[in-house]
Each structure stands twice: as structure tokens, then as C-alpha cells.
Design a protein. Structure first.
Ligand code: FRU
Length: 471
């Protein structure tokens, strides 16, 4: 095992080396998926931002392409910050933020919006017209970034993250040609609640019969078990009438420790697919000792539920990763039942039938060391109606537990994806999702299910060993 490869993921998109943060420019273009990302190729910490680039036929198997954007023009001197991609009559076009530090001591910056085009989908040329938006509207704060562009009725629209009087905002722009933009006003904002002082990485789209705004707010203060990260991607559901978005919610999209700066794409099948940065500014990153940091989450399909909430389902292509499937259920678990002796590239599909059970709590222990020194625990508490992901004994690194309320239901379905240093838990078809990084030893690979205060019935339980997508 190469020392520098410690904690590297086997079936997620990561930079070939160095640092990665936000997904950028997610697009289904000419029958292939492109994923760009914030990238510092020369080190394992954040630095002058480049755009890394991956390409895939199925959103599962990725190939690295050369770095697509590097900073250095007068308008993007200190970084090519986050943005999006569009298909402009067959030309793959990126829209990104130019970051310019004016006074590092006083923290004075200038941010503007730019475009870059490609003839071959690999090499990108920054437009002569850059910056296509020079600065934020008068009276706004200096943070002005992360353009997400889409086309509707023959017109280009853009949402951009912004701030005014320390309240997060999303601004709306319009253009006929991607080069000349007209400001249309504030699409949504923090109206003074605990919703953050800057809304990063906005995304806006129709889902079912509603409109959805995603934003990654900076500065949301923790409220009990909610918003435990300073940064946390949220969604707002509402109606969009005459350029106005009237929203009725402000809800976390994922309840894990490491999920931020989410962006979506619309694919050829009409699916709205979300990918997030599977790390977090505040999280300690033990992988940095080994020369890299950051990864993307698995792709998730967004679905609007009958209650007006967003569910995130693992996309169906993920079954392509299955290499060997072992059905273990049905099980009647009294105390502890081992279900896997060794594996850290694993998907578990498990169903728990609560009506037939008298346990007060149950769950799954995974990435367990044989000597009991390490484990990560997913525990459902039926008295409190909560689920907790506990990584306090997960190994090296951040620790902490995250608890979320769940609806009472007759059954609980769990799909759990483990990829060495990542955990993604999808409960009841993506109604509740928990994404966190863990840093266990390479040998901590056991898995058990357990029941407390009685027994739990598992009508089905299947362990899938998964393949690596990297050679
Ligand atoms: C979000 C973010 C964006 C910015 C980028 C810089 O994580 O802060 O607002 O464009 O990262 O890397």
C-alpha cells in the first residue's frame, strides 16, 4: 500500500492529486457527463483555484482530463472560482468567477463573472469579452460569486451568490448571448433569520411542479442538532412568478458532517442529479498528510416528495459498481449479528421491519477493527425517533456524532455506501441522507447489525462488494 494513497477513495471522483473543493460545471454534454471542480494541483491545501476536469459515460466511471482553467488574467489573477457549464449551440462553455485580492491585510477583494469556451471539450479559451459582469450591483457587499447559468425559452439566466448588509442573497441576471448580462434583481435572500451572511453556490431549477433554490450559506449558527457545520447546503422550495421566487422552506439537504457546495445537472433522461463536495471547510482532513484532500459525493437524483421536501436517491447506475452480492437475510437479530468480516468498498441494502420487532434501538456497526478499537455506528432510536451517525470511534480524525429526527414508519430501508474514508447513508429512499468522512485503519473492515432492548426483524439484508473505478 503506497503511503501517499492512504484514505484514497475507490469509486468516487477525486482530483488525481492535491486539493479539491466544490463541484463546478456539472453538465450532460454530447452524450457524456463532465464534472469540473475547484482544484489546487500543486498541494494538499486550498490555493489559487484552478478547475479540475473529469469525464464519464455513466456518472460512475470517471476519467481525468487536463486542468480546464488556471488563474492568471488581469481579471482572475488570484483564482478561477466556482461556476457552471452550458451547451451554447454545441459549444461547451464555462461561466466562472474571477477572484482578485486587492488588499490581503484588510481582506479587500474584487469578484467578477467570466466565460471560457471549448472546441474539443478539453481545452478552454477565456473570452475576449471577459469579465462579462465586472462587479456586483451598487450597494452590495464585495462577495459576488458562483454563477449558475441555464437556458429557458431561448434566454440565458444566471443566479449568483451575494451579500448585502451581512445577509446572504441570490441575484438573478439575464442574457441573450452569455456576454452581455442584465441584472434582474434579488431572487431570494436571508430576511434576517439564522440563514447566513453570504449565500455561496446557488442553483435554481424546476422540480416536479415547484421551483427549488439550493444555496450553501456561510455563517449559519448551530441550533441543537441542526446546522452543526458553519457551512451547510440548504434547499428552499417555492414558486417562481415573474422573476420572483416565493419560498416556504429553508432546510438542510444532507445531515452529515461533510456535504457542501452542491450543484445539479439535468441529464438526457430528465433527471435532476446533485453532486456535492464530500468534505467541509471546518473538517480536519487527515488525508492531507498523504498529499490530497477532498472528493465528490456519489451522484444523487433529486425528487420532490408529496410533503414538499427533497429526497436524494442514489442514482440507479450505482448498481454498476456491484461485483459480488451476498444475500444474508431474512434475519431476526437479538443482540449482534455479523454480516461482513472484511470489506471497505461496500454497499449494504438492509430493511428493518419495525411492526414485527420489539427492540428499542437497532443499527449497523461498520468499519470495525477486529480488536474492537475502532467502529462507526449508525443507530436508530425508536423511542426518540432519531438516527445517529456516530464517528467518535471511527479512527483518526474528526469524530463527533450527528443525530437527525426521522418519521415513524412501518419499515426502515437503509442503503449504506462505504468507500474507505467515506460513508453515505440513504434512509427510506433518500428521505434522510447522511454523508460524512471517516478515517479508519485499512484493517478496520468488519460489519455487524445489532438490536437493543429486544429484537429486530430484517426481511432482507444484502451486502454488495463494490469495484474500484480507478486502476
Ligand atoms: C464554496 C466556495 C465558493 C468559492 C469557492 C472557492 O465552498 O467558497 O463560494 O467560489 O469555494 O474555492
Amino acid at each position: 500500500q503506497n503511503e501517499r494513497a492512504a484514505y484514497r477513495l475507490r469509486y468516487h471522483l477525486m482530483a488525481p492529486s492535491g486539493w479539491m473543493n466544490d463541484p463546478n460545471g456539472l453538465i450532460y454534454f454530447n452524450g457524456q457527463y463532465h464534472a469540473f471542480y475547484q482544484h489546487y494541483p500543486y498541494g494538499e491545501t486550498w490555493g489559487p483555484m484552478h478547475w479540475g476536469h473529469g469525464i464519464s459515460d455513466d456518472l460512475i466511471h470517471w476519467h481525468h482530463l487536463p486542468v480546464a482553467l488556471a488563474p492568471g488574467e488581469a481579471y482572475d489573477r488570484d483564482g478561477c472560482f466556482s461556476g457552471s457549464a452550458v451547451d451554447d449551440q454545441g459549444t461547451l462553455t464555462l461561466i466562472y468567477t474571477g477572484h482578485n485580492v486587492i488588499d490581503p491585510e484588510k481582506d479587500v477583494i474584487v469578484q467578477n463573472q467570466n466565460i471560457a469556451r471549448s472546441r474539443d471539450g478539453i481545452h478552454f479559451y477565456k473570452a475576449n469579452a471577459n469579465p462579462v459582469i465586472h462587479q456586483q450591483p451598487a450597494g452590495m457587499g464585495q462577495d459576488f460569486r458562483d454563477p449558475k447559468v441555464w437556458r429557458e425559452n431561448g434566454v440565458w439566466f444566471m443566479v449568483v451568490g451575494a451579500t448585502k448588509h451581512d445577509q446572504g442573497q441570490v441575484l438573478l441576471y439575464e442574457s441573450a448571448n452569455l456576454e452581455e448580462w442584465t441584472y434582474r434583481g434579488v431572487l431570494a435572500q436571508n430576511d434576517g433569520g439564522n440563514e447566513g451572511y453570504m449565500w455561496e453556490c446557488p442553483d435554481f431549477f424546476k422540480l416536479g411542479d415547484k421551483y427549488v433554490l439550493l444555496a450553501s450559506p456561510q455563517g449559519v449558527e448551530p441550533e441543537g442538532d441542526r446546522y452543526l457545520n458553519h457551512h451547510q447546503t440548504v434547499y428552499m422550495v417555492g414558486d417562481y412568478v415573474n422573476g420572483q421566487f416565493i419560498r416556504s422552506s429553508f432546510t438542510e439537504l444532507d445531515y452529515g458532517h461533510d456535504f457542501y457546495a452542491v450543484q445539479t445537472l439535468l441529464d438526457g433522461k430528465g433527471r435532476r442529479i446533485a453532486i456535492g463536495w464530500m468534505d467541509m471547510w471546518e473538517s480536519p482532513k487527515p488525508s492531507q498528510k498523504h498529499g490530497w484532500a477532498g472528493a465528490m459525493t456519489l451522484p444523487r437524483e433529486l425528487v420532490l416528495t408529496e410533503e414538499g421536501k427533497i429526497a436524494m436517491k442514489p442514482i440507479e447506475e450505482l448498481t454498476l459498481l456491484r461485483q459480488q452480492s451476498t444475500p444474508i437475510g431474512p434475519l431476526h437479530v437479538k443482540h449482534v449479528h455479523p454480516i461482513l468480516s472484511s470489506g471497505n468498498l461496500v454497499e449494504l441494502e438492509a430493511q428493518f421491519a419495525l411492526v414485527d420487532s420489539d427492540a428499542s434501538a437497532f443499527g449497523i456497526r461498520f468499519c470495525c477493527a477486529a480488536d474492537g478499537s475502532e467502529e462507526t455506528v449508525l443507530r436508530f432510536d425508536l423511542l426518540k425517533h432519531t438516527v445517529t451517525l456516530d464517528r467518535s470511534r471511527s479512527g483518526e480524525g474528526p469524530g463527533g456524532a450527528r443525530t437527525v429526527s426521522i418519521k415513524s414508519a412501518a419499515t426502515i430501508d437503509v442503503r449504506l455506501f462505504i468507500d474507505r474514508s467515506s460513508v453515505e447513508v440513504f434512509i427510506n429512499d433518500g428521505e434522510t441522507v447522511i454523508t460524512s468522512r471517516i478515517y479508519p485503519q485499512e484493517t478496520s473492515t468488519g460489519m455487524t447489525v445489532f438490536a437493543e432492548g429486544g429484537s429486530i426483524v430484517m426481511p432482507t439484508c444484502t451486502v454488495h462488494k463494490l469495484k474500484s473505478i480507478w486502476s
